[in-house]
Design a protein around this ligand. Structure first.
Ligand SMILES: O=C(O)CCC(=O)C(=O)O
Length: 268
């Protein structure tokens, strides 16, 4: 198999480890996703069973809002729902995935990030910290801007070239009551990082060893994004080592075929 330009850009040792595809979809694509997850947030708040979707509330002290969705941090388990399924069935998405990963690709994680006003950002991390898989690579993330992502509302920041690093030690986020699962890399110089200022419909493609973070939303409106992670079929999820010989398999990892023999296949 030949290495494509995108695969090289994501994993080449002299490359940035990410690629920005501006205007990848129209703003209405993300708007439909936002509408769907707002419905899910309200249904969950009304006590309805929304599984396999799962709502993670913001856990920061004093977080408030008039509507259920104002209190949500992330919603997981969206692979099989309308607008998310449609995105995964888009031949343009399949082309990106084939370039990045080869002719057969599975999606194992699909999360919508609300980042409401006042919400804290996610500290510096590498996504592979959360994915103890065999083989461990390649894993690729897609980050779709649903709203504008700015310095004020908490855009992503990436450290070009850090895809060459092994997975570093991640220590617990030191902020009291920060979001579940937030951890931080504190043993690496991040001074060469770059902010990713995106418009709705822009897509960031990135390698799972790329160091990145997002900052707090200091604006008065939502900074929303949809994030998917992909690997090749047959990848084994070993679960995270949580000490004492115990391994925890993230129940939100839901493996679905999205590309076979170079073509998008409908999510089952
Ligand atoms: O969008 C954000 O605020 C953080 C997302 C992120 O870092 C991730 O999904 O790994």
């Amino acid at each position: 198999m030949t290495t494509t330009d995108l695969a090289r850009r994501l994993r080449g040792s002299d490359q940035p480890g990410f690629s920005l595809l501006e205007g990848f979809v129209g703003a209405e694509v993300g708007a439909a996703m936002l509408q769907d997850v707002v419905g899910l947030a309200r249904a969950a708040a009304a006590g309805e069973d929304i599984s396999p979707a799962f709502v993670l509330q913001e856990s920061q002290e004093g977080f408030s809002g008039a509507n259920p969705e104002d209190l949500v941090g992330k919603i997981f388990g969206l692979q099989r729902r309308g607008p998310f399924r449609e995105f995964l069935a888009d031949p343009a998405v399949a082309d990106v995935l084939v370039e990045a990963l080869g002719p057969d690709v599975d999606c194992f994680l699909a999360q919508f990030i609300f980042k409401n006003p006042g919400a804290w950002g996610q500290p510096w991390h590498q996504d592979s910290y959360y994915f103890e898989f065999e083989p461990a690579r390649p894993i690729v993330g897609l980050w779709l801007a649903v709203t504008e992502a700015t310095l004020e509302n908490g855009c992503l920041h990436v450290l070009p070239g850090s895809q060459n690093e092994p997975v570093h030690q991640h220590v617990p986020d030191s902020r009291p009551k920060s979001a579940y699962g937030y951890v931080e890399i504190v043993d690496h110089d991040m001074s060469a990082s770059q902010p990713c200022l995106l418009s709705p419909g822009d897509l960031l493609v990135f390698d799972s060893h790329l160091m990145h973070r997002s900052t707090d939303n200091r604006s008065d409106s939502i900074r929303a994004a949809m994030v998917w992670h992909f690997s090749r079929p047959g990848t084994l999820d070993l679960g995270m080592d949580v000490g004492d010989g115990v391994r925890f398999k993230n129940p939100l990892n839901d493996w679905v075929a999205v590309v076979r023999e170079g073509r998008a296949v409908p999510v089952g």
